[in-house]
Each structure stands twice: as structure tokens, then as C-alpha cells.
Design a protein around this ligand. Structure first.
Ligand SMILES: Nc1ncnc2c1ncn2[C@@H]1O[C@H](COP(=O)(O)OP(=O)(O)OP(=O)(O)O)[C@@H](O)[C@H]1O
Length: 253
């Protein structure tokens, strides 16, 4: 029996003018696993996220999410997106619980008046991400790691099955990183699928079941210990054997 496929890219090609960002990328991500997406600066990670969320239509190839087109998957609320911190206006005066409630908008009528089921879903999502105590706090008054968890909670409240996390460990301290990893594992154990972009190669085995090395095309995919080999890293990152631990942050994203 083959495992359920959460994400299926077939020959996906994206160009921005003369720049070939994704070159016939074919990729299958099994459901119910944590997948790390690794690649240097400009290797096409954000473009791949955009193709998966349907923000961008590839010039060639197809994308399926649990068998649905990206648009259909979005309308069904199947995809949760955790953006990079700099893409969010943290000064916007809104409470943690309000951001998580946004995940329920698709379930509400035009009035956007939360019902008991919406409140229950928000409470459960806050609990799952360890944010119950912070429900009333302004998002601007959270740590970097707590902010990531708010967006994860929004996706859980929405009922998403696939989560895309863009550099969730960037700018968070070790303690917060460990908490995020716990949340990712718990979500995986609940049956969610997670695709996590990171430049922190050394941390990859700790949080992911599978790794994908991207350099405009898929260089390698498999268990982290099989993907993070010196030869493959040299291919994708230009790194030499033994450099991986030293690569944290240093221009390798
Ligand atoms: N809107 C755009 N217009 C032109 N070129 C673009 C655009 N967006 C991305 N690119 C180029 O496409 C390539 C892939 O970019 P992408 O942002 O997907 O990479 P990335 O792996 O996410 O990089 P980073 O780690 O820096 O976020 C790069 O060469 C980038 O300069």
C-alpha cells in the first residue's frame, strides 16, 4: 500500500523573465510527515511555496494538494501558511486569539460572528500550540517563537491539513526552537503534513522525517541522514564535507 500523497508537483517550471526559478520540479510529499525544504539563497524555496499555495501559476507542470488544485485546496481551507516574520505587520493592534479566529472566517457567514464551534476550535488550537495563557496578548508583545506558533494555531483552527512554514526557526532562541519542534511533531502525530523551509542544516535531523534539497530542481529527497551527505551538499550548497554544522546562518539558506 502506498502512503497518501499530500503534495504532488509534476514538471513544475517557473520563470521570472530570464530567471529560471524552478526547472521542471517533480516532487511527492507523503502525508502525515514533517518535510524539510533545504536550499541556498535564491534556490527557489519561496517560489515553490507560492506554487503550492496557488499564489503563482507555473508556466508548466501541475500541482496537486491532497488531489485538489491549489485554488480548490485553499477554498477548502486545507492549507495553513506560516509566513516569514518580516512579512507581517507586528504593530497591528490585534490579540493572539483574534489572529487564530481569522482561521475560522471561512467557516462563518458574512457577519463573521463567531459561534460556539468557532470559539471551541480557537481554544483547541491555542491549547495545541501552548498559547492558551497568551490568548489575550497583543501580537506585537510576543517573542519570535510565540509569533510563529500563533500562525500555526490559526491554521489548526482553520482545519488545515498541510502546513507550509517559511523559516520558522529564523530569529528564535533555542528554547523557542525546541517548543516549535514539539508543536510540529504533535501536529504530525495528529496526521498533518508539514513542509518547513530552513537554512539550519544542523537542525534538520532533529525536526524532520524527510528532507528535500532544492537547487531550482530537486537534487535529493529522502531521510535526512541520506540527503545530508557531503556529495549532495556540495551539489546543492557548494559545501565541503564537515561544513554542514558550520553552515548555520552563514549565507546558506
Ligand atoms: N518577483 C521576482 N522577479 C524576478 N525574479 C525573481 C522574483 N522572485 C524571485 N526571483 C528570482 O527567482 C529565484 C528564486 O527565488 P526564490 O525567492 O524562490 O528563492 P529562495 O530559495 O526562496 O531564496 P531565499 O532563501 O533568499 O528566500 C532567485 O534567483 C530570485 O532572484
Amino acid at each position: 500500500m502506498t502512503a497518501e500523497t499530500a503534495v504532488e508537483l509534476d514538471g513544475v517550471t517557473v520563470r521570472y523573465g530570464d530567471v529560471l526559478a524552478l526547472d521542471a520540479v517533480t516532487l511527492r510529499l507523503a502525508a502525515g510527515r514533517v518535510h524539510a525544504l533545504l536550499g541556498t539563497n535564491g534556490s527557489g524555496k519561496s517560489t515553490l511555496f507560492k506554487a503550492v499555495t496557488g499564489m503563482l501559476a507555473p508556466q508548466r507542470g501541475s500541482v496537486l494538494l491532497y488531489g485538489h488544485s491549489p485554488d480548490a485546496a485553499r477554498k477548502r481551507g486545507l492549507v495553513g501558511y506560516v509566513p516569514q516574520s518580516e512579512q507581517v505587520d507586528w504593530e497591528f493592534p490585534v490579540r493572539v486569539a483574534d489572529v487564530v479566529m481569522m482561521g475560522r472566517y471561512g467557516h462563518m457567514g458574512f457577519t463573521r460572528r463567531p459561534r460556539a464551534a468557532d470559539r471551541a476550535a480557537v481554544d483547541a488550537a491555542l491549547e495545541r500550540t501552548g498559547l492558551t495563557e497568551l490568548a489575550g496578548r497583543q501580537i506585537g508583545a510576543l517573542s519570535g517563537g510565540q509569533r510563529k506558533r500563533v500562525f500555526v494555531a490559526r491554521g489548526i483552527a482553520q482545519g488545515a491539513r498541510l502546513f507550509l512554514l517559511d523559516e520558522p526557526f529564523a530569529g528564535v532562541d533555542k528554547g523557542s526552537e525546541a517548543t516549535i519542534i514539539e508543536v510540529l511533531r504533535a501536529m504530525r502525530d495528529d496526521g498533518h503534513t508539514l513542509l518547513v523551509s530552513t537554512h539550519d542544516l544542523a537542525g534538520v535531523p532533529a525536526f524532520s522525517d524527510d528532507a528535500v534539497l532544492l537547487q531550482h530542481r530537486v537534487v535529493a529527497q529522502g531521510p535526512p541522514e541520506e540527503v545530508l551527505t557531503p556529495d549532495l551538499l556540495l551539489d546543492a550548497f557548494g559545501l565541503r564535507a564537515g561544513d554542514a554544522a558550520g553552515a548555520r546562518g552563514e549565507g546558506v539558506r
